[in-house]
Design a binder for this molecule. Sequence first.
Ligand code: OGA
Ligand code: MN
Length: 217
Amino acid sequence: MGAGATERTTRAPPSMLPHEFDAATRALAADGWCVVDNLMTDAQTRALASECATMHTSHRLVPAATGTDRALSLLRGDSTRWFDFGNLSAPQQAFVDRIDELRIALSRGLLLGLIDSESQYAVYPCGAGYARHRDQLRLSDARVVSAVFYLNANWLNVEGGALRLYLADASHRDIYPRGGTLVLFLSAQFEHEVLPATRQRMSIACWMRQRAVPVDH
Ligand code: OGA
Ligand code: MN
């Protein structure tokens, strides 16, 4: 047999190749949430962390809750900055490219109709958290999948700062914000909270969205 024939018989058609996000797709279908560890390389994660820290130091993140909204400031203590899709930095572009690959894989695998995503840097100062809440806004069901990517290198569990996901059976799971970890969960399904930490906590909060369907009341 010639080399060409061998190649033809051993190469699987593209549709049969296992995709790197198959496990995440299956876990999201089965449980509604999962952790993905291979989204970005260590160097890409470090570049995002360094940009986030620099932007925070130069006051380019703004408190998610302003002083005038007392109810919101009791709810959450982080500062955020949306990615500007018309003007992404190189580290942000790399993140958005990977999130798009994941979004397309999830959308295909789960028939979700995810058309785009929105992302923001979030920094929680020492001692700050985000009280139990749901991500899907009440009057818009555009947010389908919540994705939180963590940026702190060498996070220790004793430093706190876990994302606490409340499951349907009234138990919960704590996911620690270790740099390079991505957690995915269905935005409509899971109440969750951010527990306070003894260290500044940095992340990218991202939502994969479907076409918004107005909700009639
Ligand atoms: C949010 C949120 C979780 C986290 O931004 O809505 O719940 O772990 N973030 O940072
Ligand atoms: Mn949330």
